[in-house]
Ligand binder design. Structure first.
Ligand SMILES: *[C@@H]1O[C@H](CO)[C@@H](O)[C@H](O)[C@H]1NC(C)=O
Ligand SMILES: *[C@@H]1O[C@H](CO)[C@@H](O)[C@H](O)[C@H]1NC(C)=O
Ligand SMILES: *[C@@H]1O[C@H](CO)[C@@H](O)[C@H](O)[C@H]1NC(C)=O
Ligand SMILES: *[C@@H]1O[C@H](CO)[C@@H](O)[C@H](O)[C@H]1NC(C)=O
Ligand SMILES: *[C@@H]1O[C@H](CO)[C@@H](O)[C@H](O)[C@H]1NC(C)=O
Ligand SMILES: *[C@@H]1O[C@H](CO)[C@@H](O)[C@H](O)[C@H]1NC(C)=O
Ligand SMILES: *[C@@H]1O[C@H](CO)[C@@H](O)[C@H](O)[C@H]1NC(C)=O
Ligand SMILES: *[C@@H]1O[C@H](CO)[C@@H](O)[C@H](O)[C@H]1NC(C)=O
Length: 661
């Protein structure tokens, strides 16, 4: 669909006249379907493949009674279990008359009568997913089924991926079909594009074959991974798979993290807040999977208070349509920082507390590209802070999230005098200066309000590093610069022996890169050359690092302390299990000190499944702060320390690292 959309834009803005092939698809996009992530309710998470007319109607009505429709939840979708084993003699699909005595068209009328939208479910295989009772799938019947759904008044189609190779034995239990799902989904896209009705197309291919590369062209949303399961761990598993697909989100094409479990009494309220916050800021469709109202159940006020939080819904529906990204993972400290841009120069940030304990977490604003914020609104705490410099701290419940909307910002590394400094008659003292690493090679640029009329010398003193230097400022210059020494953290002060300073800018040291090819290896570790253009920027990687093996190197450092390390690592260990997490650990230790662990999410933008090599050749970069460096030579060890026992034996593969020294 996106291709058609782009084509349409090209058509408008150039004089080249061509006939677009997928006319209807363009019309659907131009009609505004899913310009923001779709929102609604779906039967599966609560009722599994056992929906019926009563259930769907009572939940649809509850959407309206609870005011959720007004907040955007409008698609009501009956998931698996609605149809029967066989088609009608004329080939059309039909409904289970016991469960849906009035039939699907009547259900659609009821839903439309409530001012809601009617979602249907089918499968790109021989049978639908289900509970052992065969039900007809849409494979090879795409056009007829699309027409049937249109005739029933459907507004959305969730299209699943069971039984793609054979009708029995659930062939894809390993989620490894013999061919990529893309061609089967393409056929339904084509069928929908021939209709005289706009139907939202929700691709549910379970994340098979790195869907972000193909599904955005075929549907309005695609599943980034396998189903959410009814355990807390599945939130971590899902976002570890979403992490590498976030940049593909945009109007008309949304990464689907799966339906929400909010309201199903699986998660605590802080866990529900984390789940909802992440789904919202990663621009997933927000599809309620809890029972809002039926004979036995009414959603709790606490869960409703999560689902109807207007700011969080606003981040999901923001017109900018850009997803948040994982910007920093503190694996040993058990928290993540996710952040992304919103419209009107706002930034949304989630600090996710993976720990089982309540605590206070600190956000270093520069991790999200910010130095100063006029306001920081803490959504779940219901508080707001003003004039926030450099860092922000707040308390968070076990498994909870500090969700922040940040406004009125200045960029990381920029310190305006009127915000960050106090002046005496003779000097300007900046405080709250942040450093990502211990280094003597931060570039300091000083901007003067008035160029000195004659050449002068100014002294610069830095605490707590104790560094000092003197620089010559030639007459008439409005800027001066020098390297300075800063200490990792948010508490550096810089004193400049003049009053006419308007601002300072600080740039991180570039550091030095150490490719995996320069490391020695022990035990099982092997160096592999990757296919051309892969394992960038090195072209090779070290794999099979385990607790008893390592990759080592001697690295000279100019100063002692804690160094920020950018690790280029590869993890294509995709799981479809409900207990694994799509992650691989990798550790780095210096001079025999305690290892610092990164639990890497999936990396890169390829699938191993239908492109052997590609997935395991495709790195991403993650930053970690590693203590224990000496001035002079350092012995650096990469491995999987602590990975014994039940844990994954192998580390993420290692491509290289940059040391910000
Ligand atoms: C098949 O029969 C059903 C029930 O009469 C009807 O609604 C449907 O349109 C028919 N399909 C075709 C392809 O004629
Ligand atoms: C619909 O499902 C509900 C909840 O499981 C059940 O109580 C009810 O009997 C079902 N109705 C039909 C017609 O199957
Ligand atoms: C897609 O549809 C075409 C035309 O009907 C058919 O030949 C092809 O086998 C279908 N592909 C898949 C993967 O189902
Ligand atoms: C956003 O920031 C840019 C650059 O600072 C500025 O030009 C623009 O006016 C701002 N937009 C809004 C809506 O505040
Ligand atoms: C200043 O730092 C840069 C790297 O940021 C380095 O190349 C340069 O040699 C340093 N200059 C001095 C005088 O130390
Ligand atoms: C930095 O300056 C602040 C006052 O602005 C002071 O409270 C603090 O102790 C100073 N820190 C250091 C490390 O000098
Ligand atoms: C640092 O290690 C290198 C070899 O890796 C060696 O040549 C050099 O002499 C060492 N420097 C010191 C100060 O030990
Ligand atoms: C990574 O290490 C942590 C801490 O030991 C552990 O809880 C986690 O399960 C490990 N992850 C994997 C994939 O082994």
């Amino acid at each position: 669909m996106r291709q058609s959309h782009l084509f349409y834009l090209a058509f408008l803005t150039t004089t080249v006249v061509c006939v677009p092939i997928k006319t209807r698809l363009e019309a659907r996009i131009e009609n505004g379907l899913a310009s923001t992530p779709p929102m609604g309710w779906n039967s599966y998470n609560h009722y599994s493949c056992h929906p019926n007319e009563t259930i769907i109607k009572s939940n649809a009505k509850a959407l309206v009674d609870l005011g959720l429709d007004k907040l955007g939840y409008r698609y009501v979708t009956t998931d698996c279990g609605w149809t029967v084993a066989d088609r009608l003699t004329n080939g059309s699909l039909t409904w289970d008359e016991t469960l849906f005595p009035n039939g699907m068209p009547a259900l659609g009328d009821y839903i439309h009568g409530l001012g809601l939208l009617f979602g249907v479910y089918e499968d790109a295989g021989i049978e639908t997913c289900g509970t052992g009772i065969p039900q007809a799938g849409s494979l090879y019947h795409e056009q007829l089924d699309a027409e049937t759904f249109a005739a029933w008044g459907a507004d959305a189609l969730k299209y699943d991926n069971c039984y793609s190779d054979a009708a029995t034995g659930y062939p894809n239990v390993a989620y490894q079909p013999s061919t990529s799902p893309s061609a089967r989904y393409q056929n339904m896209t084509n069928a929908l594009s021939n209709l005289n009705r706009e139907i939202l197309f929700q691709i549910c291919e379970w994340g098979v074959d790195f869907p972000a590369l193909w599904a955005p062209n075929l549907g309005n949303s695609w599943r980034i991974g396998n189903d959410i399961s009814q355990n807390w761990q599945s939130v971590f598993r899902i976002i570890n798979q979403a992490a590498t697909q976030t940049s593909f989100a945009g109007p008309g094409q949304w990464p689907d993290l799966d339906m929400l479990e909010v309201g199903n009494d699986i998660f605590t309220t802080p866990e529900e807040q984390t789940h909802f916050s992440l789904w919202a800021i990663l621009k997933s469709p927000l599809v309620i999977g809890g029972a809002l109202k039926d004979t036995y159940t009414s959603i709790s006020q606490a869960s409703l208070g999560v689902l109807n939080q207007p700011d969080v819904i606003g981040y999901n529906q923001d017109p900018l349509g850009k997803s948040a990204n994982l910007v920093r993972r503190w694996s040993d400290d058990e928290y993540d920082v996710w952040s992304g841009p919103l419209s009107e120069n706002r930034t949304v940030v989630a600090l996710v507390n993976w720990a089982h304990t309540a605590r206070t977490l600190q956000l270093d604003l520069s991790d999200v590209g910010i130095q100063y914020a006029a306001t920081v609104k803490n959504i779940w705490a219901g508080s707001e802070a003003a004039s926030v410099k450099t860092s922000y701290s707040a308390s968070v419940e076990p498994h909870g999230t500090i969700l922040l909307e940040i406004k009125g910002t200045s960029p990381a590394g920029y310190y305006a005098t009127d915000i960050f400094a106090t002046s005496t008659n003779v000097e300007t003292i900046f405080s709250d200066i942040y450093a990502v690493t211990d280094s003597g090679e931060f570039l300091l640029v000083i901007d003067f309000t008035q160029p000195p009329s004659e050449g002068s010398q100014i002294d610069i003193q830095v605490s707590p590093s104790g560094y000092s230097t003197t620089i010559d400022v030639p007459s008439g210059s409005s800027q001066a610069s020098t390297n300075i020494s800063l200490s990792a953290g948010a508490n550096n002060n810089i004193t400049i022996s003049t009053t006419g300073v308007s601002s300072i800018k600080i740039t991180n040291p570039p550091g030095a890169y150490y490719p995996s090819t320069s490391f020695a290896r022990t035990g099982s570790a092997i160096l592999t050359e990757c296919g051309q253009g892969y394992c960038q920027p090195v072209g090779s990687k070290i794999s099979y690092l385990e607790p008893s093996s390592s990759a080592t190197i001697t690295i000279p450092a100019k100063t002692a302390g804690s160094k920020y390390i950018l690790l280029d690592v590869i993890n294509n260990d995709i799981t479809y299990s409900s207990t694994l997490t799509n992650s691989r650990n990798i550790t780095i230790s210096v001079n025999g000190g305690s290892p610092v662990r990164l639990e890497a999410p999936l990396t890169g933008r390829h699938s191993e499944l239908f492109g052997p090599g590609d997935g395991w050749w495709d790195p991403s970069t993650f930053g970690v702060l590693v203590p224990g460096w000496e001035a002079g030579n350092n012995s650096v060890n990469i491995g999987n320390q602590g990975g014994e026992g039940d844990l994954q034996t192998y580390a993420a593969d290692f491509v290289g690292l940059r040391v910000l020294d």
